[in-house]
Design a binder for this molecule. Structure first.
Ligand code: UD1
Length: 415
């Protein structure tokens, strides 16, 4: 897909935010933990969800999709996931934990997804190992089987969203108590804990990032409404802040889960008003530069780093971003340079340095999901028109992005 973006002075009106991609993907896989029907509401209808549903169907799951509600059940899933789609979507790693819980064994291809530099799955495998699973790594496949020598305590060396959810899947139906230390407690992980507990799991968490799982024999079907997409919400908040004449309200959102994004945007002198279940952004002509540290929640999220980078090209001075989660998430830098962006990677420090730039439209190529949204934002800031190639990447994680952008007055067309 190729899109043409024209200079846009501001976005206006109200915009509905969809359900969370990063919570829906593991929630769909949670259906493998029971024979009964799982009903998931507020699932975003985006490419990654359709890909995940296709993989689940290929191993025997049945489902219906109506509006944003997915009803899904897995009467007798196949533990072999050999479909080629696995390599297409990184979240397919959730099939490992989910199938291990249900079948105690899995044979699966290596997960793919956005190329954000190094994205290994060693933490996941170490957790499975500690939970008593034997892992055989072959050239194209991973073969994991339960051998019953579970440790009671496992510790992640670094907070990991996927690793934590996989450890929850793989432990919640094992006998005895499992303590997971240095667990990720991003809002999407907490949403999955709520879902699993509704399904009958016994999972408790504390503020020190320790999760205690008391094994149960069986899980049951339930109904669950997936939380809103913090990343989609943050993307549109940054878009509005990037254009000097915006007045945009997004809903329904829980502002407390966006508090760092809000405080970072406020420090640029952009006005952010928090209402009941909505947030209003009124942009400023005089955007201030920033130093931003990206880290696990509640830090500013890595998923918004590339969009923040684009926005800061309009700030009145030098900004610096340090992404400690995915320092390799830098595919936008060379593309923003093509638009005249004064942005570079300070390599020894691994920091992104961004200076005020007058952007001029050009032809750019989107390399991954968030890079695409960042380039679209930059295109709206640039004089003349910008052509974004490979823009289909945006469809992986944003629901109806072209329609939504147009509805708030952003000048974008598919060509
Ligand atoms: C998830 C999100 C992604 C988000 C990221 C961080 C999904 C589908 N994706 O990715 O959008 O950017 O959380 O919020 O939910 N790591 C290892 N070994 C591992 C696993 C992770 O070294 O086995 C490292 C990563 O390289 C990274 C850090 O740990 O530096 C955190 O990654 P993690 O939280 O696991 O990211 P994902 O779950 O893949």
């Amino acid at each position: 897909m190729i899109v043409k973006v024209s200079k846009t002075t501001g976005v206006h009106g109200e915009l509905a935010i969809s359900g969370s991609k990063n919570a829906s993907l593991p929630a769909l896989c949670a259906s493998l933990l029971t024979k009964e029907w799982l009903t998931l509401e507020n699932v975003p209808l985006i490419d990654d969800i359709y890909k995940m549903l296709a993989i689940l169907k290929s191993i025997g799951c049945e489902y219906t999709v109506e509006n944003h509600t997915v009803q899904i059940r897995s009467p007798n899933p196949n533990h072999k996931v050999l479909t080629e789609v696995v390599g297409d979507i990184r979240a397919s790693y959730y099939l490992m934990g989910a199938l291990l819980s249900r079948k105690k064994k899995v044979l699966i291809g290596y997960p793919g997804g956005c190329n954000l530099g190094k994205r290994p799955i060693d933490f996941h495998l170490k957790a499975f190992h500690d939970l008593g699973y034997r892992i055989t790594e072959e050239e194209k496949f991973l073969h994991i089987v339960y051998n019953g020598t579970k440790k009671h305590r496992l510790r992640f060396v670094k907070e990991t969203v996927g690793g934590t959810i996989n450890a929850l899947f793989a432990s919640c139906r094992l006998e005895g108590v499992t303590v997971i230390e240095n667990a990720s407690l991003e809002p999407e992980v907490i949403d999955i804990i709520e879902l699993l507990n509704k399904m009958g799991a016994k999972i408790e968490k504390n503020d020190n990032h320790v999760i205690t799982v008391t094994g149960v024999k069986k899980l049951k079907g339930t109904m669950h409404k997936v939380i809103f997409d913090r990343m989609e919400a943050g993307s549109y908040m940054l878009l509005a802040s990037s254009l000097p004449n915006s007045n945009l309200t997004i809903y329904p959102v829980d502002a407390s889960l966006l508090r760092t994004v809000i405080s970072v945007i406020r420090s640029t002198k952009t006005k952010v008003k928090i209402m009941n279940d909505s947030i209003n952004i009124v942009s400023t002509e005089n955007l201030q530069p920033l130093n931003v540290l990206i880290g696990p929640y509640p830090f500013f999220p890595t998923d918004l780093q590339q969009i923040l980078s684009a926005m800061l090209l309009r700030a009145q001075g030098k900004s610096v971003i340090e992404d400690t989660v995915f320092p390799g998430r830098i595919s936008h830098i060379n593309e923003l340079k093509k638009l005249g962006g004064n942005i570079y990677l300070d390599e020894p420090q691994n920091k992104i340095v961004i200076n005020k730039s007058d952007l001029i439209g050009a032809r750019v190529k989107a390399h991954d999901l968030r890079c695409t949204f960042g380039l679209i934002v930059a295109g709206g800031m640039a004089n003349n028109s910008t052509i974004v190639e490979n823009a289909e990447n945006v469809l992986r994680g944003y629901e109806n992005p072209i329609l939504k952008l147009k509805s708030i007055g952003f000048l974008i067309d598919e060509i």
